[in-house]
Write a new protein. Structure first.
Lengths: 188, 185
């Protein structure tokens, strides 16, 4: 039953993920919470892992969650689930490509979807920020924790580098090194 | 048969060497598929980007399926898609096994702590890129705000937000007259 559930949930995610993997973080997060697959921290760690390995985020996520909840078979099923919707849709479009490209309806739908994706990524940002900065709930007490300021420093530095077009893998490696340094230095 | 195997191998290579997914893959796909294999022209690539943007799912998979189908029909599409999926499937399986093994080591835990800050930065960057490429008008800002509030604070399933905004866009473009420009690009 877990397998069928995995398949259906990832098929749903595969069918509704537009504009790249970051927009699906909100969806994965909701499903993970509902089904108790992963903690929020694990999810954030996994986004990092996914960025430092080849392949699209959505695909990596599906394989990872599938593996964690249903073993190797679960990984195969979840991956198949996330691939299937785009596979079928592209096959259909490949047949009537010219018509599709000029379709006014597609253009109309996209004019609503594109800004929605911005909103979804914004939601992902907020919930990941909550997990990173306030692991035990939003409060002023968190501001007195050393780890809060370490996270804030790393975030500020890496954000600067990210906007300077430094490659994500380098940014992740650097932040890992800072994390190790700060962890030992502050005995967190 | 030979075509399908070639598709499989080419897309396996693309799947194994594209980090970060999304648009980061386009240059590599271009090099492999246009320059090396001459399967498509440069113009076709921009068509594929348009299609990938307006269909769900990762761009890598969309591209693989599309090119596979054009080259060798249904089985070509299957082989190309399988090829692009396989490397990340294997790598993630391997890593998650190792992760269970090592995640209690102190350095690994500290490293992941640091990385969490960086993930936030990467999401912010993605947010900015998407914001920049979307239309700047009141309606578009409203959709952004509403979908943000619905998912982040009211915990509405993102699926409904996607469907709702898509429908809204469709109805809006139909009612706002025929002279409105098509903006899939």
């Amino acid at each position: 039953m877990i397998l069928l559930e995995l398949f259906l949930i990832f098929m749903k995610i595969g069918a509704f993920t537009f504009g790249g993997g970051y927009a699906m973080i909100a969806m994965i997060q909701a499903e993970a919470e509902r089904n108790g697959w992963l903690t929020q921290e694990q999810l954030v760690d996994f986004v990092a892992l996914s960025e430092s390995t080849p392949g699209p985020l959505a695909l990596n996520m599906a394989t990872f969650v599938g593996l964690k909840t249903g073993g190797i078979l679960g990984a195969i099923i979840a991956t198949a689930g996330i691939v299937l919707p785009s596979f079928i849709i592209i096959l259909i479009i490949a047949k009537c490509f010219e018509k599709y490209k000029k379709s006014k309806a597609v253009g109309g739908v996209m004019s609503g979807l594109k800004p929605a994706v911005v909103g979804l990524i914004g939601a992902a940002f907020i919930s990941v920020a909550r997990t990173v900065f306030f692991p035990s709930g939003v409060s002023f007490a968190a501001l007195s924790e050393a780890s809060f300021w370490v996270f804030l420093g790393i975030f500020a530095l890496t954000a600067m580098l990210a906007f300077k077009k430094i490659h994500p893998i380098r940014i992740i490696l650097l932040s890992a090194a800072i994390g190790i340094g700060a962890g030992y230095g502050l005995e967190l | 048969m030979k075509k399908s195997i070639e598709l499989f191998l080419t897309f396996m290579k693309i799947g194994a060497f594209t980090f970060g997914g999304g648009y980061a893959m386009i240059p590599l796909i271009q090099k492999e598929v246009c320059e090396n294999k001459k399967w498509l022209s440069e113009k076709d690539i921009s068509d594929i980007v348009v299609i990938s943007e307006s269909t769900p799912g990762p761009i890598a998979i969309n591209t693989a399926t599309f090119i596979g189908y054009r080259r060798a029909g249904f089985w070509g599409a299957c082989m190309a898609t399988l090829g692009v999926v396989l490397p990340s499937f294997l790598i993630i399986s391997l890593i998650s096994l190792m992760l269970t093994e090592f995640q209690n080591y102190k350095p690994v835990r500290y490293a992941f702590m640091g990385i969490r800050g960086a993930v936030l930065a990467l999401i912010l960057k993605a947010l900015w890129m998407m914001f920049k490429s979307s239309k700047k008008n009141v309606i578009s800002y409203c959709i952004m705000g509403v979908s943000l509030i619905l998912t982040a604070f009211l915990r509405i399933d993102a699926v409904f937000v996607i469907i709702g905004c898509g429908l809204f866009g469709l109805l809006w473009s139909l009612t706002a007259g025929k002279d409105r420009k098509n903006d899939t690009a």
